[in-house]
Design a protein around this ligand. Structure first.
Ligand SMILES: Nc1ncnc2c1ncn2[C@@H]1O[C@H](COP(=O)(O)OP(=O)(O)OP(=O)(O)O)[C@@H](O)[C@H]1O
Ligand SMILES: [Mg+2]
Length: 240
């Protein structure tokens, strides 16, 4: 469990988010309080439609919310303009989307270089080695492939490489293992766990995949827009 020495990297207080209006209104987040700490691999689990992706999007600053406050890396997201949010996200957050969002007309190598270009980092800089990152996710030798020439699992690993290449303080992953076989899924979690233990870094993973629960330092369990449980041992999750 968190102790006083742990530094919070994300604090969400009293956050609510509603989609749509009138009769079709859906309250996707209901009064959420959550914290993530530096050097933590935090998982968020819960049934389909309970609000996991919505919560990740709010934390990552890609989705506005009506109520509450979100503070990421000591910066309150509430008062930032869209442009300020974009800059903040570009520098500090690597996001692995549930739907990958790879750029179809660019090669694997080019897709991974994008965050470096956006942050004006030279991709041949020894500290940010694109080829090494591709190798680490098991895509060595596939630098020139287009996403359409890669399998679903390989595309997922490419999305992971793109999210970690610029060494963001916060890596946020929405179902990072959904298209991966057991061995590759474990290998990806080993990479994410290692990243979470580097100075100043935090990793958040949304997942349904019980094979990877054991990598979590802490797990928030959601249901119907609320956080209903927080455990350090996945065996203590409430059965649904
Ligand atoms: N853009 C949107 N417009 C309207 N409703 C939405 C939108 N995005 C999500 N929702 C609704 O909000 C609720 C939460 O959705 P969300 O995508 O956050 O769930 P989830 O937990 O990520 O589900 P899954 O495990 O299937 O990915 C669902 O009822 C969903 O239908
Ligand atoms: Mg989702």
């Amino acid at each position: 469990m968190p102790n006083e020495e742990m530094k919070p990297s994300i604090i969400a207080r009293h956050v609510s988010k509603t989609y749509g209006a009138g009769a079709s209104q859906i309250q996707a987040l209901k009064d959420i309080y959550m914290t993530a700490f530096e050097n933590e691999l935090l998982m968020i689990v819960g049934p389909s439609g309970c609000g996991k992706t919505t919560l990740l999007s709010v934390i990552a600053g890609t989705l506005r919310f009506e109520e509450g406050e979100v503070v990421v890396l000591n910066q309150s997201l509430n008062g930032l303009t869209d442009d300020e949010l974009t800059c903040f996200r570009r520098e500090n957050i690597g996001f692995i989307f549930q739907q990958y969002h790879l750029i179809k007309t660019l090669t694997a190598l080019e897709n991974v270089i994008i965050p470096l270009l956006l942050n004006q980092i030279s991709w041949s800089n020894g500290e940010f080695d694109v080829l090494d990152v591709l190798e680490k996710v098991g895509l060595g030798g596939r630098e020139s492939s287009l996403p359409s020439q890669l399998s679903g699992g390989q595309q997922q690993r490419l999305a992971i490489a793109r999210a970690i290449v610029h060494k963001p303080k916060l890596v946020i992953c929405d179902e990072p293992t959904s298209a991966l076989d057991a061995a590759t899924g474990i290998a990806v979690l080993e990479i994410l766990k290692k990243i979470s233990k580097m100075p100043g870094r935090t990793v958040i993973v949304v997942t349904h995949d019980s094979r990877i629960f054991k990598f979590a330092d802490r797990i928030y369990q959601m249901d119907d827009g609320r956080i209903i449980n927080c455990v350090t041992n996945h065996e203590d999750l409430i059965e649904s």
